[in-house]
Design a protein around this ligand. Structure first.
Ligand code: ZN
Ligand code: ZN
Length: 135
């Protein structure tokens, strides 16, 4: 399936092909810190399909415990986090689903790093739901 992404301020746009059956939630501590939230949702871009249409992506280089380097792509104007990618070519992209226009069709099928999840974030069903910003 084709996805179209854009950062919040609109200076960056990109497209890719993804498998909607392979969306993952990550509860690792790095994702919590980097996202500012309890977890992130990502989907792998099929090999060779990521295309930057326009804009300038800043890469924050994160070194994993294994020593492997990951490039975290973000907009320096609005701060939107777009993807993480392998540092070696050809780059393998893991796209954040939030900036994608097709986000509502990308339901996660798996959660990883559950050992480091904030316990409450595993089950949200008993938390009050409000349709929009409460008045
Ligand atoms: Zn932006
Ligand atoms: Zn993570």
């Amino acid at each position: 399936m084709k996805v179209e992404g854009q950062c919040h301020c609109g200076q960056i746009a990109y497209t890719a092909e993804v498998d909607p059956a392979k969306v993952t939630l990550c509860h690792c501590v790095d994702c919590q810190i980097l996202s500012g939230g309890p977890y992130i949702a990502t989907v792998a871009a099929n090999a060779g399909t990521f295309k930057l249409l326009y804009g300038e992506v800043h890469h924050y280089v994160k070194t994993a415990e294994s020593g492997r380097k990951r490039l975290h792509g973000l907009c320096t104007i609005c701060g939107t986090r777009l993807y993480a990618a392998s540092s070696d070519e050809p780059r393998a992209y893991s796209l954040r689903t939030g900036p994608l226009k097709q986000r509502n069709d990308l339901k996660p099928s798996r959660r990883i790093w559950c050992d480091s999840a904030q316990a409450w974030s595993i089950n949200l069903s008993d938390i009050e739901q409000v349709a929009r910003q409460p008045g």
